[in-house]
Design a protein around this ligand. Sequence first.
Ligand SMILES: *Cc1c(COP(=O)(O)O)cnc(C)c1O
Length: 489
Amino acid sequence: MKYYDKLIFELSRPGRVGYELPKNEFGTDGEKQIPSDLLRSQPLDLPEVSELDVVRHYTNLSNKNFGVDTGFYPLGSCTMKYNPKINEEVAAMPQFADIHPLQDPDTVQGALELYWNLQNALAKLAGFAEFTLNPYAGAHGELTGLMVMRSYHMSRGDHKRKKVIVPDSAHGTNPASAMVAGLEVVEVKSRPNGSIDIEDLKPLLNDEVAGIMMTNPNTLGMFETEIMEIAKLVHDAGGLLYYDGANFNPLLGKVRPGDMGFDIMHINLHKTFSTPHGGGGPGSGPVGVAEHLVKFLPNPHVKKDAEGRFYVENGDEALGSVSTFFGNFGVMMKAYAYILSLGKEGIRKVGPMATLNANYIKESLKDDYLLPIDGVCKHEFVFDGLKDKSTGVTTLNVAKRLLDYGFHAPTIYFPLLFHESMMIEPTETESLETLDEFIDVMHKVAKEARETPDEVKNAPLTTIVRKLDETTAAKNPVLNYKALKESNN
Ligand SMILES: *Cc1c(COP(=O)(O)O)cnc(C)c1O
């Protein structure tokens, strides 16, 4: 282990200083203003390190991390594409970054205009009447959208409608959001190709159904060709259709969920619209609705008057706030800059390029990996592990071995439809050279699995930490230095 790989507490030497807080200019008067029970009686146990120690420690640490900026990251259902740095610069512009949500709307017309323009752009791209940009994440958007669904039925006195139909292939957040929204989850089966089994759906539709949650292309990356029929069946039964648009990437500028008959959807700006993610935020999960549901969208709303001035409105029938003020404004700025920089023509290339890249990998690897559903996929697809499983090498082993070759693993063991799922989404931002290198490495790992399986089973061999005990990590988390010291004693 290199010296600077040590924990920052282990680098600590008494008296070493990297930064001094500015002098307390209020003197003891300032201290007096803090209630005495909140004043610290003992100095905080912090590491004492020089500025150079800190810089080297964290720079080394950051180099051990894996990100889109360090290598190919084909994590299915996550759209880990490159996020242009210019959008970060735009989001950091002090004219926007330094304003406050409680400012008089007259002083922040530009920010309100950006919110207005972005919600309109999303509405156009997705085929809905209006979007709220307030929710913080995909799951938060789902919850908001389902609360809109509930409000709609309640406003009509249709109190019986409490059931939400969710396909067995759905993202885990779908049933979770339905539960949090106070609705009941009913599962509908998928056919072997991941599409909804209409014959299984029909008997589930009755006057207790609030709606159905779907995504199209579905979790297996296949387009649901019978979507218009499904929409008719659900609407005829009095239900609404919710579109999980976390992975809106393949449809951008080509196909609109609103035109497929959906009533509500959310979009993850932190997947499709240029906000890096994976570290836990900040994100944004705008929710779009058809005309008849606009009045239920959460407060506050940005509106435009006849003179072109923007103002903030709270509607009577609307849901209350789902976030502080308007949500994560910086993420909206990145999305807006991204949409404008791509333009109408650029945006139309995103989905086809993502689709082409996914199909290129799929076709190039299906001799070594088991492809349960053949045919043209959209932006992603799923292998069911290695084709030759005789040496006992699993999807987990392959995923870990990829780290040794400098690639992030695909999404593994999701969807649950197959035992050895390996979900690959290359996105549109990768070059042919990167795709070819990944394909080569995947072939190499398949060969290793046949010839030297133990090497693959013991992977990763080159990373700073090897195979982690994920169960103990989750059940017995050691999250700070004090706990680590105690656990070592
Ligand atoms: C990522 C994702 C979500 C959840 O989004 P978060 O922002 O992580 O809450 C929901 N559905 C699908 C299909 C997703 O890929």
